[in-house]
Ligand binder design. Structure first.
Ligand code: GRF
Length: 207
């Protein structure tokens, strides 16, 4: 059976596209049933339209009441029988009701070697700028499960790269993104093939 995946994205959606590519090539036993975005004009929504993937816009403009908005996520995810949620550049906080219903079923990709350069305030180019400013030798990307503590859920896969002397935040961002495109599909593939086990908050990928 293909696992029903819902992607949350607010931006370009390159991770979303990469995972879709793996699914189309039958490398992942899953199916992207829905995209949820807060931004109707983003690349991820555009991609959904072009590929006939259902999408749903949930934002403060459409849902003025916070409680209604949080409940809407729940209703939509249930109606699609969601088995796995993938955060791929989603710029909004995931409400607590969703985190508790989908415990260890929400993954996120982060552009650093967590726990370093994680937590609120560390997102996008800010991470890469700090890495360069602090003259770090290494950086990388992390796929982790999402829990109630920002960027602190169990780590699924990480991959490190060297920071070059010539790197700028922009060049680093693009090399880290390549790593993201490598490790995110790997993590999703393992999940969809039921190869992930979690014990005492430690993730094991059973080969
Ligand atoms: C990535 O850098 C990811 O680490 C972060 O958001 C960005 C999303 O990029 N969480 P894209 O929209 O998938 O290209």
């Amino acid at each position: 059976m293909l696992k029903k995946i819902v992607v949350f994205a607010s931006g370009t959606g390159s991770n979303f596209r990469k995972i879709k590519e793996f699914i189309d090539n039958k490398k992942i036993k899953g199916s992207i049933v829905l995209l949820i975005s807060n931004n109707p004009k983003c690349g991820a929504v555009e991609f959904s339209k072009l590929n006939n993937i259902d999408y749903k816009i949930i934002n403060d403009f459409r849902y003025k009441n916070e409680e209604n908005k949080n409940y809407e996520y729940e209703l939509v995810l249930k109606s699609y029988k969601t088995e796995l949620i993938l955060l791929a550049g989603f710029m909004k906080k995931i409400p607590d009701n969703i985190i508790s219903i989908y415990k260890n079923k929400i993954m996120n990709i982060h552009p650093s070697m967590l726990p370093k350069y994680g937590g609120s305030g560390y997102y996008g180019m800010k991470v890469h700028r700090e890495i360069i400013k602090n003259k770090e030798n290494n950086t990388g990307a992390t796929v982790h499960f999402v829990n109630e503590h920002y960027d602190k859920g169990p780590i699924i896969i990480q991959k490190k790269i060297k920071v070059q002397n010539s790197d700028t935040p922009k060049s680093l961002a693009s090399r880290v993104l390549k790593v993201e495109h490598e490790i995110y599909p790997k993590a999703v593939k393992a999940f969809c093939s039921n190869k992930i086990t979690i014990k005492d908050n430690q993730v094991k990928i059973n080969e």
